[in-house]
Design a protein around this ligand. Sequence first.
Ligand SMILES: [Zn+2]
Length: 425
Amino acid sequence: MNARLLDAIAARRDDLVSLTIDLIRFPTVNPPGEAYAPCAEYIGERLRKRGFAVEYVRGEGTPGDSDRYPRTNVVARREGRSAGPTVHFNGHIDVVEPGHDWSVDPFEGVVRDGRVYGRGACDMKGGLAAAIVAAEAYIEHNPDFPGAIEISGTVDEESGGFGGVAYLASKGFYSKPRVDHVIIPEPLNKDRICLGHRGVWWAEIETKGEIAHGSMPFLGDCAVRHMGAVLAAFEAELFPLLDGKRTRMPVVPEGARRSTLNINAIHGGQTDDFRPGLPSPNVPDFCRLTIDRRFLLEEDIGEVKGEVVAILERLKRERPKFDYDIRDVMEVRPIMTEHDAPVPAALAQGIRAIFDREPDYVISPGTYDQKHIARIGHIYDCVAYGPGILDLAHRPDEWVGIDDMVQSAQVMAIGLDLLLRGSAA
Ligand SMILES: [Zn+2]
Protein backbone atom coordinates (compact mmCIF):
# COMPACT_ATOMS: atom_id res chain seq x y z
CA MET A 1 0.00 0.00 0.00
CA ASN A 2 2.71 2.47 0.99
CA ALA A 3 4.53 2.42 -2.33
CA ARG A 4 1.37 3.31 -4.24
CA LEU A 5 0.48 6.05 -1.78
CA LEU A 6 3.99 7.51 -1.91
CA ASP A 7 3.92 7.50 -5.71
CA ALA A 8 0.54 9.22 -5.65
CA ILE A 9 1.94 11.99 -3.45
CA ALA A 10 4.98 12.40 -5.71
CA ALA A 11 2.57 12.67 -8.66
CA ARG A 12 0.82 15.57 -6.89
CA ARG A 13 3.96 17.67 -6.85
CA ASP A 14 2.52 20.36 -9.16
CA ASP A 15 -0.70 20.49 -7.16
CA LEU A 16 1.33 20.91 -3.97
CA VAL A 17 3.33 23.76 -5.49
CA SER A 18 0.26 25.55 -6.81
CA LEU A 19 -1.56 25.16 -3.49
CA THR A 20 1.45 26.67 -1.69
CA ILE A 21 1.53 29.56 -4.18
CA ASP A 22 -2.19 30.16 -3.78
CA LEU A 23 -1.82 30.32 0.02
CA ILE A 24 1.14 32.72 -0.21
CA ARG A 25 -0.95 35.03 -2.42
CA PHE A 26 -3.29 35.72 0.49
CA PRO A 27 -1.31 38.43 2.33
CA THR A 28 -2.33 37.20 5.78
CA VAL A 29 -0.04 39.61 7.61
CA ASN A 30 -0.37 39.68 11.37
CA PRO A 31 -0.67 42.23 12.83
CA PRO A 32 -3.24 43.40 11.87
CA GLY A 33 -4.63 40.08 10.56
CA GLU A 34 -5.13 40.84 6.88
CA ALA A 35 -7.01 38.51 4.48
CA TYR A 36 -7.74 35.81 7.08
CA ALA A 37 -11.31 35.12 5.93
CA PRO A 38 -10.57 34.65 2.20
CA CYS A 39 -7.56 32.43 3.01
CA ALA A 40 -9.59 30.29 5.43
CA GLU A 41 -12.43 30.05 2.88
CA TYR A 42 -10.04 29.01 0.13
CA ILE A 43 -8.80 26.10 2.27
CA GLY A 44 -12.33 25.25 3.39
CA GLU A 45 -13.78 25.20 -0.13
CA ARG A 46 -10.96 23.02 -1.41
CA LEU A 47 -11.54 20.47 1.36
CA ARG A 48 -15.32 20.62 1.07
CA LYS A 49 -14.98 19.46 -2.55
CA ARG A 50 -13.07 16.45 -1.24
CA GLY A 51 -15.74 15.36 1.19
CA PHE A 52 -14.76 17.24 4.34
CA ALA A 53 -17.35 18.86 6.58
CA VAL A 54 -16.13 22.43 6.95
CA GLU A 55 -16.68 24.94 9.74
CA TYR A 56 -15.56 28.53 9.93
CA VAL A 57 -15.02 29.69 13.48
CA ARG A 58 -14.37 33.35 14.22
CA GLY A 59 -12.39 34.12 17.36
CA GLU A 60 -15.04 36.58 18.52
CA GLY A 61 -13.74 39.22 20.86
CA THR A 62 -10.15 37.93 20.91
CA PRO A 63 -7.27 40.44 20.61
CA GLY A 64 -7.42 42.20 17.22
CA ASP A 65 -10.81 40.76 16.22
CA SER A 66 -13.03 43.27 14.41
CA ASP A 67 -15.35 43.36 11.42
CA ARG A 68 -12.47 44.80 9.42
CA TYR A 69 -10.05 42.09 10.68
CA PRO A 70 -12.13 39.06 11.66
CA ARG A 71 -10.15 36.22 13.26
CA THR A 72 -11.53 33.58 10.86
CA ASN A 73 -10.35 30.00 11.40
CA VAL A 74 -11.27 26.96 9.31
CA VAL A 75 -11.73 23.43 10.66
CA ALA A 76 -12.42 20.58 8.24
CA ARG A 77 -13.28 17.00 9.20
CA ARG A 78 -13.56 13.89 7.06
CA GLU A 79 -15.15 10.88 8.74
CA GLY A 80 -13.82 7.44 7.97
CA ARG A 81 -15.93 4.36 7.27
CA SER A 82 -15.56 2.88 10.74
CA ALA A 83 -14.82 3.90 14.29
CA GLY A 84 -11.28 4.89 15.15
CA PRO A 85 -9.05 7.69 16.32
CA THR A 86 -8.98 11.22 14.91
CA VAL A 87 -5.75 12.61 13.51
CA HIS A 88 -5.63 16.39 13.28
CA PHE A 89 -3.25 18.54 11.19
CA ASN A 90 -3.06 22.15 12.36
CA GLY A 91 -1.33 24.95 10.48
CA HIS A 92 -1.40 28.66 11.16
CA ILE A 93 -2.34 30.80 8.17
CA ASP A 94 -0.97 34.09 9.50
CA VAL A 95 2.45 35.38 8.52
CA VAL A 96 4.66 38.16 9.84
CA GLU A 97 5.16 41.34 7.85
CA PRO A 98 7.55 40.89 4.92
CA GLY A 99 10.02 43.65 5.86
CA HIS A 100 12.58 44.82 3.31
CA ASP A 101 15.37 43.38 1.13
CA TRP A 102 13.31 40.88 -0.86
CA SER A 103 14.52 39.98 -4.37
CA VAL A 104 10.98 38.82 -5.32
CA ASP A 105 7.47 40.00 -4.50
CA PRO A 106 6.81 38.38 -1.10
CA PHE A 107 3.16 37.69 -1.96
CA GLU A 108 3.52 36.39 -5.48
CA GLY A 109 4.76 32.88 -4.80
CA VAL A 110 7.74 32.74 -7.13
CA VAL A 111 9.13 29.31 -8.11
CA ARG A 112 12.85 29.23 -8.73
CA ASP A 113 15.52 26.48 -8.51
CA GLY A 114 13.22 23.93 -6.94
CA ARG A 115 11.97 26.32 -4.27
CA VAL A 116 8.85 28.36 -3.66
CA TYR A 117 9.64 31.86 -2.40
CA GLY A 118 7.29 34.08 -0.45
CA ARG A 119 6.32 35.29 2.99
CA GLY A 120 4.99 32.23 4.78
CA ALA A 121 6.52 29.77 2.29
CA CYS A 122 8.30 27.91 5.09
CA ASP A 123 6.46 29.36 8.12
CA MET A 124 4.11 27.67 7.42
CA LYS A 125 1.99 27.66 4.29
CA GLY A 126 4.28 25.09 2.65
CA GLY A 127 3.79 22.77 5.62
CA LEU A 128 0.03 23.27 5.66
CA ALA A 129 -0.12 22.57 1.92
CA ALA A 130 1.95 19.40 2.41
CA ALA A 131 -0.44 18.19 5.13
CA ILE A 132 -3.48 18.91 2.93
CA VAL A 133 -2.02 17.05 -0.06
CA ALA A 134 -0.92 14.15 2.17
CA ALA A 135 -4.44 13.81 3.60
CA GLU A 136 -6.13 14.09 0.20
CA ALA A 137 -3.88 11.48 -1.38
CA TYR A 138 -4.34 9.20 1.61
CA ILE A 139 -8.14 9.40 1.44
CA GLU A 140 -8.18 8.70 -2.28
CA HIS A 141 -6.03 5.60 -1.80
CA ASN A 142 -7.76 4.40 1.38
CA PRO A 143 -11.43 5.32 1.00
CA ASP A 144 -12.29 2.81 3.74
CA PHE A 145 -9.98 4.32 6.37
CA PRO A 146 -11.09 4.11 10.02
CA GLY A 147 -11.45 7.08 12.38
CA ALA A 148 -11.40 10.63 11.10
CA ILE A 149 -9.02 13.14 9.58
CA GLU A 150 -9.15 16.82 10.50
CA ILE A 151 -7.30 19.80 9.07
CA SER A 152 -7.42 23.27 10.61
CA GLY A 153 -6.07 26.55 9.29
CA THR A 154 -5.81 28.92 12.22
CA VAL A 155 -4.97 32.56 12.82
CA ASP A 156 -2.76 34.63 15.08
CA GLU A 157 -0.05 32.07 15.93
CA GLU A 158 2.55 34.78 15.41
CA SER A 159 0.88 36.94 18.07
CA GLY A 160 0.17 34.26 20.67
CA GLY A 161 -2.61 32.22 19.06
CA PHE A 162 -5.42 33.69 21.17
CA GLY A 163 -7.89 34.15 18.29
CA GLY A 164 -6.78 30.89 16.70
CA VAL A 165 -5.80 27.65 18.39
CA ALA A 166 -6.43 28.95 21.93
CA TYR A 167 -9.96 30.03 20.98
CA LEU A 168 -10.74 26.77 19.19
CA ALA A 169 -9.29 24.78 22.07
CA SER A 170 -11.57 26.62 24.50
CA LYS A 171 -14.51 25.49 22.32
CA GLY A 172 -13.46 21.84 22.47
CA PHE A 173 -11.90 21.51 19.01
CA TYR A 174 -8.65 20.08 20.41
CA SER A 175 -9.95 17.73 23.06
CA LYS A 176 -10.93 14.11 23.42
CA PRO A 177 -13.11 12.47 22.26
CA ARG A 178 -13.10 14.70 19.19
CA VAL A 179 -9.33 14.56 18.59
CA ASP A 180 -6.65 12.04 19.61
CA HIS A 181 -3.46 12.98 17.78
CA VAL A 182 -2.20 16.35 16.52
CA ILE A 183 0.56 17.17 14.01
CA ILE A 184 1.58 20.80 13.50
CA PRO A 185 3.60 21.12 10.25
CA GLU A 186 5.83 23.99 11.43
CA PRO A 187 9.19 24.27 9.60
CA LEU A 188 11.40 22.08 11.77
CA ASN A 189 13.07 20.29 8.81
CA LYS A 190 11.79 17.18 7.08
CA ASP A 191 13.81 14.70 9.16
CA ARG A 192 13.32 16.21 12.62
CA ILE A 193 10.48 15.88 15.07
CA CYS A 194 9.88 18.74 17.49
CA LEU A 195 8.55 17.33 20.76
CA GLY A 196 7.70 20.59 22.49
CA HIS A 197 9.17 23.78 23.87
CA ARG A 198 10.65 25.41 26.96
CA GLY A 199 8.43 27.22 29.42
CA VAL A 200 7.88 30.99 29.47
CA TRP A 201 7.39 33.42 32.29
CA TRP A 202 7.01 37.07 31.42
CA ALA A 203 6.73 39.50 34.28
CA GLU A 204 6.79 43.22 34.90
CA ILE A 205 8.74 44.52 37.86
CA GLU A 206 8.14 48.05 39.08
CA THR A 207 10.31 49.91 41.53
CA LYS A 208 8.85 52.84 43.40
CA GLY A 209 10.38 56.27 44.07
CA GLU A 210 9.35 59.73 45.10
CA ILE A 211 9.04 62.64 42.69
CA ALA A 212 11.16 65.76 43.31
CA HIS A 213 12.93 68.50 41.38
CA GLY A 214 15.81 67.13 39.33
CA SER A 215 18.17 69.78 40.73
CA MET A 216 17.60 68.45 44.26
CA PRO A 217 17.41 64.69 43.89
CA PHE A 218 18.15 64.23 47.61
CA LEU A 219 14.63 65.52 48.31
CA GLY A 220 13.09 62.63 46.36
CA ASP A 221 13.86 58.99 45.81
CA CYS A 222 15.02 57.75 42.41
CA ALA A 223 13.11 54.68 41.18
CA VAL A 224 15.63 54.18 38.35
CA ARG A 225 18.51 53.83 40.83
CA HIS A 226 16.49 51.22 42.68
CA MET A 227 16.01 49.36 39.38
CA GLY A 228 19.76 49.67 38.83
CA ALA A 229 20.22 47.76 42.06
CA VAL A 230 17.84 45.08 40.76
CA LEU A 231 19.80 44.75 37.51
CA ALA A 232 23.11 44.63 39.39
CA ALA A 233 21.78 41.80 41.55
CA PHE A 234 20.56 39.97 38.42
CA GLU A 235 24.04 40.28 36.89
CA ALA A 236 25.81 39.14 40.04
CA GLU A 237 23.46 36.32 41.10
CA LEU A 238 20.66 35.44 38.72
CA PHE A 239 22.41 35.18 35.34
CA PRO A 240 25.21 32.95 36.69
CA LEU A 241 22.59 30.77 38.41
CA LEU A 242 20.60 30.37 35.17
CA ASP A 243 23.70 29.67 33.06
CA GLY A 244 24.36 26.70 35.28
CA LYS A 245 20.94 25.09 34.78
CA ARG A 246 21.06 22.46 32.04
CA THR A 247 18.25 20.34 30.68
CA ARG A 248 17.70 16.88 29.25
CA MET A 249 15.36 18.55 26.73
CA PRO A 250 17.04 18.42 23.28
CA VAL A 251 16.57 22.14 22.62
CA VAL A 252 17.98 23.58 19.40
CA PRO A 253 20.00 25.70 19.04
CA GLU A 254 22.28 24.21 21.67
CA GLY A 255 22.72 27.59 23.41
CA ALA A 256 19.08 27.37 24.51
CA ARG A 257 19.62 24.02 26.27
CA ARG A 258 19.57 25.85 29.60
CA SER A 259 17.59 28.50 31.44
CA THR A 260 17.65 31.97 29.93
CA LEU A 261 16.50 35.43 30.89
CA ASN A 262 16.01 38.41 28.61
CA ILE A 263 15.41 41.96 29.74
CA ASN A 264 12.78 42.93 27.17
CA ALA A 265 12.26 46.56 28.13
CA ILE A 266 12.97 49.14 30.76
CA HIS A 267 11.39 52.50 31.30
CA GLY A 268 11.65 54.92 34.19
CA GLY A 269 10.35 58.39 34.86
CA GLN A 270 8.18 60.66 32.80
CA THR A 271 8.88 61.34 29.12
CA ASP A 272 12.49 61.08 27.99
CA ASP A 273 11.81 62.18 24.42
CA PHE A 274 12.95 65.62 23.19
CA ARG A 275 10.99 65.39 19.94
CA PRO A 276 7.37 66.00 20.99
CA GLY A 277 8.27 68.17 23.95
CA LEU A 278 10.95 68.22 26.58
CA PRO A 279 12.35 65.54 28.79
CA SER A 280 11.15 65.31 32.34
CA PRO A 281 12.91 67.55 34.86
CA ASN A 282 11.99 65.27 37.75
CA VAL A 283 13.32 62.54 39.93
CA PRO A 284 11.51 59.47 38.56
CA ASP A 285 8.96 57.98 40.89
CA PHE A 286 8.62 54.69 39.01
CA CYS A 287 10.68 52.38 36.86
CA ARG A 288 9.36 49.32 35.04
CA LEU A 289 11.26 46.35 33.74
CA THR A 290 9.84 43.53 31.61
CA ILE A 291 11.58 40.19 31.90
CA ASP A 292 11.29 37.13 29.67
CA ARG A 293 12.38 34.03 31.52
CA ARG A 294 12.54 30.73 29.57
CA PHE A 295 12.56 27.69 31.79
CA LEU A 296 13.04 23.97 31.65
CA LEU A 297 11.12 20.78 32.29
CA GLU A 298 13.32 20.25 35.35
CA GLU A 299 12.25 23.59 36.86
CA ASP A 300 9.09 24.40 38.74
CA ILE A 301 7.32 27.67 37.89
CA GLY A 302 7.12 28.51 41.59
CA GLU A 303 10.88 28.10 41.92
CA VAL A 304 11.45 30.20 38.77
CA LYS A 305 9.43 33.09 40.21
CA GLY A 306 10.91 32.55 43.66
CA GLU A 307 14.46 33.22 42.41
CA VAL A 308 13.45 36.71 41.27
CA VAL A 309 11.25 37.48 44.26
CA ALA A 310 14.02 36.44 46.66
CA ILE A 311 16.34 39.06 45.14
CA LEU A 312 13.65 41.74 45.34
CA GLU A 313 12.81 40.84 48.93
CA ARG A 314 16.44 40.95 49.95
CA LEU A 315 16.83 44.41 48.39
CA LYS A 316 13.74 45.49 50.30
CA ARG A 317 15.39 44.43 53.57
CA GLU A 318 18.83 45.83 52.81
CA ARG A 319 18.29 48.89 50.64
CA PRO A 320 16.75 52.02 52.23
CA LYS A 321 13.32 52.99 50.82
CA PHE A 322 13.36 50.13 48.28
CA ASP A 323 9.86 48.98 47.34
CA TYR A 324 8.53 47.05 44.38
CA ASP A 325 5.60 45.40 42.67
CA ILE A 326 5.77 42.35 40.45
CA ARG A 327 3.07 41.32 38.01
CA ASP A 328 2.77 38.19 35.85
CA VAL A 329 2.31 38.98 32.16
CA MET A 330 2.38 35.50 30.63
CA GLU A 331 3.00 31.99 31.82
CA VAL A 332 3.45 28.87 29.66
CA ARG A 333 4.59 25.54 31.07
CA PRO A 334 7.33 23.62 29.27
CA ILE A 335 6.08 20.73 27.16
CA MET A 336 7.85 17.64 25.94
CA THR A 337 5.93 14.81 24.34
CA GLU A 338 7.89 11.61 24.97
CA HIS A 339 9.45 10.33 21.75
CA ASP A 340 7.69 6.96 22.04
CA ALA A 341 4.19 8.53 22.13
CA PRO A 342 2.00 7.56 19.13
CA VAL A 343 2.46 10.71 17.00
CA PRO A 344 6.27 10.94 17.18
CA ALA A 345 6.52 7.14 16.85
CA ALA A 346 4.38 7.19 13.69
CA LEU A 347 6.30 10.09 12.13
CA ALA A 348 9.58 8.40 13.03
CA GLN A 349 8.49 5.37 11.01
CA GLY A 350 7.70 7.69 8.11
CA ILE A 351 11.12 9.35 8.36
CA ARG A 352 12.82 5.93 8.40
CA ALA A 353 10.85 4.86 5.32
CA ILE A 354 11.55 8.02 3.29
CA PHE A 355 15.06 8.97 4.40
CA ASP A 356 16.43 5.64 5.65
CA ARG A 357 17.64 7.24 8.88
CA GLU A 358 16.56 7.85 12.45
CA PRO A 359 14.83 11.19 13.07
CA ASP A 360 16.41 13.89 15.20
CA TYR A 361 14.24 14.83 18.16
CA VAL A 362 14.32 18.50 19.03
CA ILE A 363 12.71 21.01 21.35
CA SER A 364 11.95 24.57 20.29
CA PRO A 365 13.53 27.39 22.30
CA GLY A 366 10.30 29.40 21.95
CA THR A 367 6.66 28.40 22.05
CA TYR A 368 4.10 27.78 19.34
CA ASP A 369 0.47 26.64 19.26
CA GLN A 370 1.21 23.25 20.87
CA LYS A 371 0.97 25.05 24.22
CA HIS A 372 -2.76 25.70 23.78
CA ILE A 373 -3.46 22.17 22.55
CA ALA A 374 -1.84 20.81 25.71
CA ARG A 375 -2.94 23.36 28.31
CA ILE A 376 -6.50 24.02 27.13
CA GLY A 377 -7.30 20.94 25.04
CA HIS A 378 -5.39 18.41 27.19
CA ILE A 379 -4.09 16.63 24.10
CA TYR A 380 -0.51 15.68 24.84
CA ASP A 381 0.11 13.44 21.83
CA CYS A 382 1.19 16.36 19.67
CA VAL A 383 4.38 17.39 17.90
CA ALA A 384 5.58 19.84 15.29
CA TYR A 385 6.78 18.19 12.11
CA GLY A 386 7.00 19.79 8.69
CA PRO A 387 9.15 20.90 5.75
CA GLY A 388 11.23 24.05 5.68
CA ILE A 389 14.23 25.42 7.50
CA LEU A 390 13.35 27.29 10.67
CA ASP A 391 16.19 29.81 10.23
CA LEU A 392 14.47 31.13 7.07
CA ALA A 393 11.26 31.97 8.91
CA HIS A 394 10.47 35.67 9.24
CA ARG A 395 13.41 36.60 6.97
CA PRO A 396 13.59 38.21 3.51
CA ASP A 397 13.48 35.76 0.59
CA GLU A 398 11.88 33.07 2.77
CA TRP A 399 11.52 29.84 0.78
CA VAL A 400 10.52 26.21 1.06
CA GLY A 401 12.06 23.40 -0.97
CA ILE A 402 9.64 21.58 -3.26
CA ASP A 403 11.32 18.18 -2.75
CA ASP A 404 11.19 18.80 1.00
CA MET A 405 7.45 19.46 0.83
CA VAL A 406 6.83 16.30 -1.21
CA GLN A 407 8.94 14.15 1.12
CA SER A 408 7.44 15.51 4.29
CA ALA A 409 3.94 14.97 2.82
CA GLN A 410 4.96 11.34 2.30
CA VAL A 411 6.17 11.11 5.91
CA MET A 412 2.89 12.63 7.13
CA ALA A 413 0.85 10.19 5.03
CA ILE A 414 2.71 7.20 6.48
CA GLY A 415 2.25 8.62 9.98
CA LEU A 416 -1.42 9.24 9.32
CA ASP A 417 -1.96 5.66 8.21
CA LEU A 418 -0.23 4.22 11.29
CA LEU A 419 -2.15 6.48 13.66
CA LEU A 420 -5.55 5.79 12.13
CA ARG A 421 -4.94 2.06 12.28
CA GLY A 422 -3.70 2.35 15.85
CA SER A 423 -0.41 0.65 15.05
CA ALA A 424 2.01 3.51 15.69
CA ALA A 425 3.51 2.92 19.11
ZN1 LIG B 1 5.05 29.22 12.45
